[in-house]
Design a protein around this ligand. Structure first.
Ligand code: NAI
Ligand code: MG
Length: 365
């Protein structure tokens, strides 16, 4: 049977960009014989409107069964005053938690045609293609003890960085598996010079690397990693790091490449019975209420998220590259949605106009 995809468009521009992704999926079905069993359901505010909950139990159950989930974005001003327990983002958090998605993949990819958008010099970022794997379900954001208490009449804020071997290991395996599908180079970042969790991190990653003899492993202190990301980011391929360092380093790397409308992401969990990891793919951006419903949204972040699904869930790396190359071509031809215009004296294309151009480039490939 065909691999299965659950599409959850969500709210605002999530719905608009996901409609474009469906056209891309249809293209691969028709022209590349790459058929998926696609089902669609509600999440976020849209699910709240229909069911009074941001994620229906039936939707959660479906997400657990499919080969990959593709999510648009959730939230919007209409839902800002809802009770915390039914806020749109709770739907997203429930998916991540119950699917146990412990490895967050944040690529930083710079298309040559957009290198001027980077905060850095063009030659430092042109052609950049790196992947940060951030451990997502443990570390200092979850460790106990935590809280604010009073000691000697002074308030004290406490958080605890805590990692088990098993937590470090499963993320490391996800990162090494990715490296095998990419340039076979992995840099692990921690602060083993000042943190026990860092010493353990380095030790466990080194141990896991013995199962991946083809992957070249290096270690770097995370503060130096931040410097190197800005100085010479192309030295990296896959970076594996903890929840806190990954939060900061991935935002830093994202700005190497420019617009929010271009950034895909993925979150992976444990391998399922068929060997594929539990997976959810989504653009980094939100529901963009300021431009929702106007046909202005850039669909590329969401389309690149589907390209990641092709590569990392379905082992269709060649078709993922085909799609990325079509996007590269369209950008080189000067096709721009509003967010990619800068000061350029060009008329923006609409959300569907961008997809038209990408499908034409795919047809010509
Ligand atoms: P946002 O990412 O929705 O928008 C930030 C800015 O970037 C806006 O000016 C928007 O127009 C622009 N932008 C974002 N994506 C774009 C695209 N594809 N094409 C063109 N322009 C784009 O973040 P914001 O404004 O902070 O949040 C809006 C809503 O989205 C809130 O309700 C927030 O909670 C939610 N949100 C949801 C996320 C998710 O579902 N993963 C992530 C971030 C925010
Ligand atoms: Mg962040």
């Amino acid at each position: 049977s065909n691999p299965s995809l659950l599409i959850l468009p969500g709210d605002g521009i999530g719905q608009e960009v996901m409609a474009e992704v469906r056209r891309v999926i249809d293209w691969f079905g028709a022209k590349r014989d790459l058929a998926f069993d696609v089902s669609e359901d509600l999440v976020g505010g849209a699910a709240y409107d229909a069911h009074g909950t941001p994620l229906h139990d039936d939707t959660m159950a479906k997400a657990q069964e499919v080969d990959a989930v593709l999510l648009g974005a959730v939230g919007g001003p209409k839902y800002d005053d809802l009770d915390f327990s039914v806020k749109p983002e709770r739907g997203l958090l429930r998916l991540r938690k119950e699917m146990d998605l412990f490895a967050n993949l944040r690529p930083a990819q710079c298309f040559d045609a957009l290198a001027d958008f980077s905060s850095l010099k063009k030659d430092i970022v042109a052609g950049l293609d790196i992947m940060i794997v951030r451990e997502l379900t443990s570390g200092v954001y979850f460790g106990e003890p935590r809280g604010i208490h009073t000691e000697d009449n002074m308030r004290v804020g406490v958080n605890t960085q805590r990692y088990t071997e098993a937590e470090i290991e499963r993320g490391a395996r996800a990162a090494f598996d990715l490296a095998m599908k990419r340039d076979k180079k992995l840099c692990s970042m921690e602060k083993a010079n000042v943190m026990e969790s860092g010493i353990l991190w380095r030790d466990v990653v080194t141990e896991v690397s013995k199962d991946y003899p083809e992957v070249e492993l290096s270690h770097m202190y995370a503060d130096n990693g931040a410097m190197q990301l800005v100085r010479a980011p192309k030295q990296f391929d896959v970076i594996y790091t903890d929840n806190l360092f990954g939060d900061i380093l991935s935002d830093c790397a994202a700005m190497l490449t420019g617009s929010l409308g271009m950034l895909p992401s993925a979150s992976l969990g444990a391998p399922m019975a068929n060997g594929r990891p539990k997976a959810m793919y989504e653009p980094v951006h939100g529901s963009a209420p300021d431009i929702a419903g106007q046909g202005k949204a850039n669909p590329i972040a969401c389309i690149l998220s589907f390209a990641m699904a092709l590569r990392y869930s379905f082992d269709e790396g060649a078709d993922a590259t085909r799609l990325e190359t079509a996007i590269e071509k369209v950008l080189a031809d000067g096709v721009r949605t509003g967010d990619l215009l800068g000061d350029a004296d060009t008329t923006p294309v609409s959300t569907s106009g961008m997809t038209d151009a990408i499908l034409a480039a795919l047809d010509a490939s």
